[in-house]
Design a protein around this ligand. Structure first.
Ligand SMILES: Cc1cc2nc3c(=O)[nH]c(=O)nc-3n(C[C@H](O)[C@H](O)[C@H](O)COP(=O)(O)O)c2cc1C
Length: 140
């Protein structure tokens, strides 16, 4: 089955407290688990950057739910398209706390093709390299 992915950045509402954030994550995890969606959600305390991947129909519904949420604003789509294989097959919803610099670096990096580039000679990090680096300490 061909999977697709979407990445976006947004700004949390100032009154989004930890309890509401937890509820929101549980709600998202429930939907994603049932729908076969996986991915990560970076949060620097103010801004979100989410990457989700899965079957097209399910992804469309999840993204619709995300766009409709009143918990964040200024949603900027960073990329969307097909993906070869899943990058985060083990996480239906994973909140990853980050610094604002890391989040910003990922947002401004190259998202084309959702591929990693680090290690290839002369290549700057692509967005997926930043995501992998943020996720790596949480994989143990
Ligand atoms: C930052 C963020 C990430 C979300 N991620 C997902 C998701 O991955 N899948 C999903 O189905 N819904 C997702 N949602 C939607 C929530 O699960 C929930 O349906 C929504 O926040 C409820 O609306 P409210 O925020 O207006 O109360 C997300 C919402 C936000 C704000």
């Amino acid at each position: 089955m061909v999977n697709r992915a979407i990445a976006y950045a947004s700004e949390a509402l100032p009154d989004l407290g930890p309890d509401r954030l937890t509820d929101l994550m549980e709600d998202a995890a429930r939907f994603n688990r049932d729908a076969g969606i996986t991915g990560v959600l970076l949060f620097d305390g103010q801004r979100f950057l989410q990457y989700i991947e899965g079957p097209e129909d399910a992804l469309k519904i999840a993204y619709g739910r995300i766009l409709a949420s009143s918990s964040h604003r200024e949603i900027i789509e960073l990329a969307r398209g097909p993906v070869g294989r899943r990058m985060f097959p083990y996480w239906s919803m994973r909140l990853l706390p980050t610094g604002d610099r890391e989040l910003s670096q990922a947002a401004h990096a190259d998202w084309r093709g959702f591929v990693k580039r680090a290690g290839r000679e002369g290549s700057p990090w692509a967005a997926m390299d930043y995501l992998a680096a943020v996720a790596e300490p949480h994989l143990a």
